[in-house]
Design a protein around this ligand. Structure first.
Ligand code: F3S
Length: 293
């Protein structure tokens, strides 16, 4: 019989789960409008479900007409809290505690007067949020190669929570090589690394691997690449409908993992479908054998 094994870390991380729970609780308990500033997660289905429960996405606080606004797990800069207050909006702060830790570290170092290097994607809202806490002293870099000559005896470093550790180490080393004192705060969250490690371990012991998540989700693509590199046939799908019976033909142990924006319900659905398809395959084989006899 076949088995579908799920990576022991897959799908939503702690911070995203928490933000969704907070949004659902708000939808149940709060009177008046409930907004999220930007999509709560990068999954259109979940955003639609939330909208049905009355949680409305806005791009800008100017779109809010009273009520509550949820700050998503990526966090925001202090100017947004200020604006929300001025508009009389109640703030539901779902900033992930690990992101908040990076914001606090950046703020504290900036207060001490040092330039603060933020290692991360300059276009990412989390990085924008952290930057907002640096009193104008933040410098965003994507890697050590972007560093220019530092003209300050002491600098601070924080990282976007999803950064690879090697990237962070390289940046700290490059700064130290310049002879400056470095106050380096490793603010990387383990969720991404753990999910990747779990995917790798699983891919090494199964016959076929399915990676579930957005086709343009960076973290899902990374998971797919990690699985592929083990040599195990790997398929990246966004939904159960994309699964093909022939992928599983003749295989006994199937592996499944999912990117960070994939709800448990969709993971379960794909798992069920993988079992069904495989039973169909096995079932047909059984019939063929019976006919041959
Ligand atoms: Fe998730 Fe928070 Fe880490 S949102 S990836 S648990 S920083």
């Amino acid at each position: 019989s076949i088995e579908v094994l799920l990576a022991n870390k897959a799908g939503f991380c702690y911070g995203v789960k928490r933000a969704i729970d907070m949004a659902l609780t708000a939808a149940r308990e709060k009177k008046g409008n409930i907004y999220t500033l930007g999509p709560l997660i990068h999954n259109p289905q979940v955003v639609q479900d939330l909208a049905k429960q009355g949680v409305k996405e806005i791009k800008n606080l100017d779109e809010a007409a009273g009520g509550s606004v949820i700050i998503r797990s990526h966090g925001v800069g202090p100017e947004i809290f200020q604006q929300a207050k001025e508009k009389g909006l109640e703030i539901i702060d779902a900033t992930c505690p690990f992101v908040a830790r990076a914001q606090r570290a950046a703020h504290e170092m900036a207060e001490q007067g040092m330039p603060v290097y933020i290692l991360g994607d300059p276009g990412h809202p989390e990085v924008q949020g952290i930057l907002g806490w640096t009193l104008g002293k933040g410098i965003v870099v994507e890697n050590a190669d972007e560093l220019s000559r530092v003209d300050h005896p002491k600098v601070g470093v924080v990282a976007q929570t999803t950064q690879p550790l090697a990237n962070y180490r390289k940046l700290v080393e490059a700064l130290e090589k310049q002879g400056v004192e470095v106050d380096a705060r490793n603010t990387i969250c383990h969720a991404t690394g753990e999910r990747q490690r779990a995917a790798l371990e699983l891919a090494q012991k199964v016959d076929v691997m399915v990676v579930l998540g957005g086709k343009n989700s960076a973290n899902t693509k990374k998971l797919a690449r990690i699985c592929q590199e083990t040599g195990t046939p790997t398929y990246h799908v966004e939904s159960a409908q994309e699964l093909r019976e022939e992928w599983f033909h003749g295989h006994k142990i199937l592996g499944l993992t999912a990117g960070a924006s994939t709800p448990d319900a969709i993971i379960e659905e794909v798992k069920r479908r993988m079992k069904e398809l495989d039973q169909m395959t096995n079932g047909e084989e059984g019939m063929n054998e019976a006919m041959e006899v």
